[in-house]
Design a protein around this ligand. Structure first.
Ligand SMILES: [Zn+2]
Length: 313
């Protein structure tokens, strides 16, 4: 009997600690952080989407004269929590939401904002989003109403926002968003964190195009010193042994340049390994990248090398 009580207590304690853990990681766990001037980011939170369990994307908050522009809306269920965070820094309404790309950890909250909000994305991203369960039926009202192909601008003067598309990488519709007056670029998951990236082939992403796309962005964007990444956490390990490690969501221009170099060197090493007839496993073991990339999260390196091999057929 005593054993049963102990067991029951343990089970209840376990359930409670799980509940506490999920409360710490869900929409309640997000917080707003000042970047510069009228620019903030909302970081934190974990959730679930078609891409599996993961870490919510960063939401960028820009307070323009005419209202608030958001970039990305995290997972479904995060909309109200994002709005609460925005209300803590401004009374202005949200007028515009830009989605950097299709993934559910960046678009899931769209339908929790008023449908009067203008949703904007690169045209391929709109196509990708339209295939998602999150945007079927009535929820199609929360798909981008405005799209662009290569470049477009919103607002004017000190509020101007430039949107660019530089080619395939993480997906085939990754928007790069520049706030010229604030010398800041928002990279979405084209630069999610310092890692061997997720390349989503099902949504047109490409490992071999990724370095060219980054090089194009780095070459075209001028007078930027601050870089906002797609995520603020990185994961190490997998399955039951996964650990979550904070990763800075606000980086410097030099970090983006370094990431461009990393992707160039990574893909070149994988292509050279393929040419020399190495297996994917041997290619991963022999990547031998420069020491300056030693802190990069390489958990996805094997998948990425495989993609380079598949794309180089
Ligand atoms: Zn993504």
């Amino acid at each position: 009997m005593r054993r049963l009580i102990v067991l029951t207590v343990l089970v209840i304690a376990g359930a409670l600690s799980l509940a506490v853990a999920s409360a710490q990681q869900g929409p309640e766990a997000i917080h707003i952080q000042h970047v510069k001037d009228r620019l903030y980011i909302v970081t934190g939170g974990r959730g679930t989407s078609a891409q599996g369990n993961g870490i919510a994307g960063n939401t960028t908050v820009f307070i323009a004269d005419t209202g608030v522009v958001l970039i990305d809306t995290k997972y479904a269920g995060f909309g109200k929590a994002i709005l609460d965070q925005v209300k803590s820094v401004t009374n202005k309404p949200i007028t515009t939401i830009i989605n950097t790309h299709t993934h559910g950890d960046h678009t899931g909250g769209n339908s929790e904002f008023p449908s009067t909000v203008v949703f904007i994305a690169q045209e391929n991203t709109k196509t990708n989003m339209a295939r998602m369960a999150d945007f079927k039926g009535e929820k199609a009202a929360f798909l981008p109403k405005r799209t662009f192909k290569d470049t477009t601008s919103l607002l004017a003067g000190k509020d101007r926002i430039d949107l660019h598309y530089f080619g395939a990488g993480h997906t085939n519709g990754d928007a790069v968003i520049v706030f010229p007056a604030l010398r800041t670029v928002v990279m979405g998951d084209l630069f999610a964190r310092k890692w061997a990236p997720l390349v989503d082939s099902d949504n047109g992403g490409s490992a071999t195009a990724f370095p060219q796309t980054l090089a194009k962005a780095i070459g075209a964007i001028k007078d930027v010193d601050t870089v906002i990444t797609g995520h603020s956490t990185t994961t190490l390990g997998s399955g039951a042994t996964v650990t979550f490690v904070p990763s800075s969501p606000v980086m410097k221009w030099a970090d983006l340049q370094e990431y461009g170099d990393f992707m160039r060197d990574f893909v070149a090493a994988a292509q050279a390994a393929k040419k020399s007839g190495k297996s994917v496993d041997d290619a991963v073991k022999g990547l031998n990248l420069p020491a300056r990339y030693k802190d990069y999260n390489m958990a996805r390196a094997k998948e990425d090398v495989q993609k380079v091999y598949d794309e180089s057929k």
